[in-house]
Design a protein. Structure first.
Length: 182
């Protein structure tokens, strides 16, 4: 009887230890899985950092475009005050929108995204397009303010694209299509 009790207690202890071992195994991750999760987290952090750098680069480019545009406008104003203006000849069949079309294509090709609050040469291009589209001669100041946003939203609504007030690839593509068709 003493052997039976000992065997029974020993069996229960082994069973208990086996159960604890199984629970411990299930609770712990394998080492390679944990390492992969750390690598994924590290890569996600790097992607976020690169996205911030790209956004800052785009802002810098927009500011440089604005600065260059301002210098160019000043140079043109100086040259206009010194020399008579000669209007270029219009070649039959040539698009009157060719320069604007080229500028809008450039914005799309560079994946420029403009939102209210942005400033610079890219905004001037969009404002020039909006003046052409809406048949108006509003100010082109390079400031994506409330008026520009309203005109962008009107354009988006009239052309049947998502109305968000921003200018991204879809809106730029629609602007290009409109310029090519008019």
């Amino acid at each position: 009887m003493e052997n039976f009790k000992f065997s029974l207690v020993s069996f229960l202890l082994v069973l208990l230890l086996a159960g604890v071992g199984v629970l411990a195994y299930l609770a712990l991750e394998r080492g390679d899985e944990s390492g992969l999760k750390q690598q994924v987290a590290q890569l996600q952090s790097q992607v976020a950092s690169y996205e911030k750098q790209l956004a800052e680069r785009d802002r810098t480019i927009a500011q440089l475009e604005s600065d260059v545009s301002s210098v160019a406008v000043s140079s043109v104003q100086e040259s206009q005050s010194q020399e008579p203006v000669v209007e270029p000849e219009t070649i039959p069949g040539q698009s009157t929108h060719s320069d604007l079309l080229s500028d809008v294509r450039s914005l799309r090709d560079r994946n420029i995204v403009l939102e209210p609050g942005d400033r610079g040469g890219s905004v001037r291009i969009v404002q020039e397009f909006l003046n052409e589209y809406h048949g108006r001669s509003g100010g082109i100041d390079g400031d994506f303010g409330p008026t520009t946003r309203e005109l962008v939203e009107d354009f988006q609504e009239e052309e049947g694209i998502m109305v968000d007030g921003g200018v991204g690839s879809v809106t730029l593509g629609t602007m290009i299509e409109w310029l090519e068709g008019n």
